[in-house]
Design a protein around this ligand. Structure first.
Ligand code: DAK
Length: 260
């Protein structure tokens, strides 16, 4: 089955996935979710691919949210029976151990903002705008906005955004800690790919492990997180890439990673 709503390509060790419904501002529907699940699974399964960049087609939007036209006709029982949109977490966030980056090229609203926040690193074009406007539709965030936004930018701003639906521009998003970096629109993809290549060049097992370590900070107490970090360090110390990395440092040469 070919992809209809996304485009995928690989650039060396980097996978590039583009949400491709620009006429609907890349709104996320069930088909997009299924295709993204497949694209992320292919990325995860291919040992040659080390980092993924997700962006949106066109200049206007990363994703303007879940597809309102798909949801408008759905009854509560439909959402519940299908456990609608529950697979974002289980099949993308949790299933992807390798690092991935969201390159936000325009509106990231509702589910679009939530998708950007699922990424390990979010970078934004100076034209990007973030928001959780679901309240204006009579609902609330449904893909993690109330939780991830609050953890990213704190209660005061998250509460204000979720209760009013107002948008945040890229520089406010950077100041608030929602995005790692803001770059001019014309350079977004290049910068995102450069960042992905830099991550892809690291020892692969360490990249997976470091992602697990940082994510543990959101799931555990400080004490448990520190123990987890130490244990993972100790596991990494047994890898061939640790021996190579330290030998390469001492010999003043670049490391050659085997992922072992
Ligand atoms: N869904 C469907 N179509 C959308 C869309 C969306 N979210 N956003 C934009 N479009 C479509 C427009 O309908 C229009 O289509 P045509 O009329 O040309 O056919 C086209 O994209 C261009 O949009 P506009 O004409 O509106 O463009 P403007 O520049 O005037 O405005 C805008 C841009 C981004 C301000 C505006 O489009 C807008 O406000 N869009 C909606 C933003 C929004 O409310 N997003 C949140 C959606 S709710 C769940 C989990 C999660 C969710 C739901 C359930 N479960 C676990 C159950 C998530 C919910 C959401 O994300």
């Amino acid at each position: 089955m070919d992809f209809e709503t996304i485009r995928t390509e690989t650039r060396g060790p980097v996978a590039l996935v583009t949400l491709n419904r620009p006429e609907a501002l890349n709104a996320l529907n069930s088909r997009v979710l299924e295709e993204l699940i497949r694209a992320f699974a292919e990325f995860e399964a291919d040992p040659e691919q080390r980092c993924l960049v997700l962006t949106g087609a066109g200049d206007k939007a990363f994703a303007a949210g879940a597809d309102i036209k798909e949801m408008a006709a759905m009854a509560a029982a439909d959402f519940y029976a299908a456990d609608f949109f529950s697979r974002w977490t289980s099949h993308i966030v949790k299933a992807t151990r390798k690092p991935w980056i969201a390159a936000v090229n325009g509106f990231a609203l509702g589910g679009g903002c939530e998708l950007a926040m699922m990424a390990d690193i979010t970078i934004a074009a100076d034209t990007a705008r973030f928001g959780q406007p679901e309240i204006r539709l009579g609902v609330g965030p449904g893909m993690g906005g109330s939780q991830r936004l609050t953890r990213a930018i704190g209660k005061a701003k998250a509460m204000e955004m979720c209760l009013t639906g107002r948008m945040m521009d890229a520089s406010e998003a950077e100041r608030a800690g929602l995005v790692a970096r803001v770059v001019p629109r014309a350079q977004l993809l290049e910068e995102a790919l450069k960042l992905a290549e830099e991550i892809a060049a690291q020892p692969p097992l360490a990249a997976i492990a470091v992602k697990e370590m940082v994510n543990a900070a959101f799931e555990t107490t400080l004490e448990q997180g520190l123990i987890f970090e130490r244990r993972v360090f100790q596991v990494l110390a047994g890898t061939a890439d640790k021996a190579e990395g330290m030998a390469a440092f001492i010999a003043k040469r670049p490391g050659q990673w085997t992922g072992r």
